[in-house]
Design a protein around this ligand. Structure first.
Ligand code: ZN
Length: 328
């Protein structure tokens, strides 16, 4: 359509699409335990639901630019347990989150002190399944200070910890993150070490931690490499996520990886472990996950509102609930 044409309501209705990989994984359920939906559009929720994603965890992270005051942290944490959870529910996806001070922003000491003060107000809320994502970015002294403080908080709360491992000096940063967690008295079974690669996986598994892998174009793991890792290391304590965020990333990374695994001869049972079951086992240690919530078709009513707002914009119609026998 060219620039002169008048857009009509019909042109604004999202195009339905049906890529071939969706056929291969039809009927399978997925759990993406690391995805930053705050930075994604509502279309992404729709596509994720269509691809079989039934539950997600949104770890607290940065906003693309540094925050300048504590109120923006407070609002952000509130949106993770409020608006985002609502928006997700409008597509039948169960939304959990982990709450924490991310490593990048830990380098602002004055603000970090204030964040530490409000964290206990959020980590005990319903649907908060851990402290995260925390750890190292540049491996500075301040990052270490707040990483330790938050490990202590998680230990006291009996919550799992979701660790972000650095892009630079990854191997050393990963080892150091695990050393510190053990030194602080955390049980490795309560710690999910994220963004692993071929260099780090063996040590993480050998030391009894959970090894999460982020399928992210260009910078982290490609899913062909992920297939090889599962073939080599099996499925125990391994999980896959998208970590989709502000960058060029893919919120369908988990279902796409599942489709590729299937194509390359990995069994459905093994795929279920790394793309669904292990994330539940690890994060259910928070006492906040009830599998029954997403193992039956969700009731979806897109006309519902959250603080007066819906996911629909002017003129858009609620998506019909195809599970329901009632047609309105
Ligand atoms: Zn992240």
């Amino acid at each position: 359509m060219c620039c002169n044409a008048q857009l009509t309501e019909k042109d604004l209705v999202p195009q339905s699409y049906d890529p071939a990989f969706l056929d291969a994984i039809k009927g399978m359920r997925f759990f993406d335990p690391h995805v930053h939906m705050t930075s994604r559009t509502t279309d992404d929720y729709q596509a994720m639901a269509d691809a079989g994603v039934v539950a997600i965890i949104e770890p607290a992270f940065w906003l693309g630019q540094p925050r300048t005051g504590i109120d923006t942290f407070r609002d952000y944490f509130s949106s993770l347990i409020g608006w985002e959870r609502f928006r997700s529910s409008q597509f039948g996806i169960k939304h959990y989150c982990t709450i924490g001070l991310n490593s990048k922003e830990a380098n602002n000491e004055k603000l970090s002190e204030q964040v530490m003060e409000i964290l206990p107000l959020f980590i005990y809320k319903e649907g908060v399944v851990g402290v995260g994502e925390i750890g190292f970015d540049d491996q500075t002294a301040l990052e270490e200070k707040y990483y330790r403080a938050q490990l202590q908080l998680a230990k006291e709360a009996g919550l799992p910890v979701q660790i972000h491992t650095p892009h630079r000096d990854k191997k050393q940063g990963t080892t150091r993150s695990m050393d510190i967690a053990i030194e602080m008295g955390l049980d490795p079974g309560m710690v999910i070490v994220d963004h692993n690669n071929e260099e780090t996986v063996k040590e993480v598994l050998d030391r009894g931690f959970w090894a999460a892998f982020t399928i992210y174009p260009f910078t982290k793991m490609g899913n062909e490499r992920m297939v090889d890792i599962v073939k080599q290391y099996g499925t125990e304590r391994i999980m896959v996520n998208s970590a989709a965020d502000w960058g060029i990333s893919d919120p369908l990374a988990v279902p796409k990886t599942a489709a590729l695994m299937l194509e390359r001869g990995i069994s459905k049972e093994d795929i279920e472990m790394v793309a669904y079951r292990n994330a539940i086992t690890a994060f259910a240690q928070s006492g906040q996950i009830n599998v029954a919530d997403f193992e039956r078709p969700a009731e979806i009513d897109q006309s519902l509102k959250f603080n007066g707002s819906t996911v629909l914009r002017g003129g858009q119609q609620p998506r019909p609930n195809k599970q329901s026998t009632i047609i309105r």
